[in-house]
Ligand binder design. Structure first.
Ligand code: PEP
Ligand code: MN
Length: 278
């Protein structure tokens, strides 16, 4: 795909964005194949993570995900709130024993040491997208760093946040589209596939589609992932669970492990098709 030299050409309003690092960034080779991040919303114990890893291992997912804390749009039940280091350690053990990589969200810099020592990659959640000191700090580590678009952020604001990471010098950013707030009420958030296609046209920073948070509905996860992949996404984030209805968070959007495997295979086909020369 041809990249445009001047991102400002397509803007009609606002200050000119300064994206020199985003524009010149070239992805490392391990970001070239399909990037997949799969696993439950919340870590619910060792057995749950074991089941997830056993089922997904043959797919060689890039990272297994899971949240050791539950901070959502609304405060969760008091007993679920806050950092649960025990679950971080359990996930780290289970995922590592299967030879897989673990990605963990950093919500609070006070947890950075535990996250750095018990994960292979770090996620910056949608609500932290403009926490610039955090972006700069995490950007200074030699790590894969996913950056989720805030539900109210423009593509320029997303790429501006990515610029903070790249200017810090070390981390390898991976963008994630996870939907905007909108007037719709048939979905939780409105996934923007045009944004994925746009990012692909202007820079080489990989971008994933998160159809789990993007739609918030189990039945829409597959079509929305495939739409994102067709728009050129470099991979996807998918929430899955051995017993989806019983997930302690985001149960409505969790798919079961058989469906996760099927969706991975279909997404990979679309990934290959989009990149086919003929
Ligand atoms: C998540 O991926 O676990 C999550 C909370 O997503 P978001 O930051 O996109 O809401
Ligand atoms: Mn979730």
């Amino acid at each position: 795909m041809r990249k445009r030299d001047d991102l400002r050409e397509r803007r009609v309003w606002g200050p000119s964005p300064r994206y020199s690092f985003v524009r010149t960034y070239r992805r490392p080779s391990h970001h070239r194949g399909i990037i997949s991040i799969m696993g439950p919303c919340s870590i619910e114990g060792r057995e749950q993570m074991e089941k997830v890893c056993r089922k997904l291992k043959p797919l060689k997912p890039t990272y297994i995900r899971g949240g050791p804390w539950s901070y959502g749009t609304y405060p969760p039940d008091p007993e679920l709130q806050g950092i649960r280091l025990e679950s971080l350690y359990e996930a780290w053990d289970a995922v590592g024993n299967h030879g897989l990589g673990l990605i963990i969200e950093c919500l609070d810099m006070r947890n950075l040491y535990d996250i750095r020592t018990h994960s292979d990659a770090v996620q910056i959640g949608a609500r932290q997208m403009q926490n610039y000191p955090m972006l700069s700090e995490l950007g200074s580590y030699n790590v894969d760093l996913t950056l989720k678009r805030h539900p109210g952020a423009t593509v320029d604001e997303l790429l501006g946040a990515c610029e903070y990471i790249l200017r810090a010098g070390k981390a390898r950013p991976i963008l994630i589209e996870r939907g905007s707030s909108s007037f719709h009420n048939h979905v939780r958030w409105s996934l923007d596939v045009s944004l994925i296609a746009h990012v692909k046209s202007v820079c080489d920073v990989p971008i994933l589609v998160d159809a789990s948070h993007g739609g918030g509905r189990r039945d829409l996860v597959e079509p929305l992932i495939l739409a994102g992949m067709a728009a050129g996404a470099d991979g996807f984030l998918l929430e899955c669970h051995p017993d989806p209805e019983r997930s302690i968070s985001d149960a409505e959007q969790a798919v079961n492990l058989d469906d996760a495997v099927r969706i991975f295979k279909k997404a990979k086909k679309v990934y290959d098709l989009v990149r086919r020369k003929k």
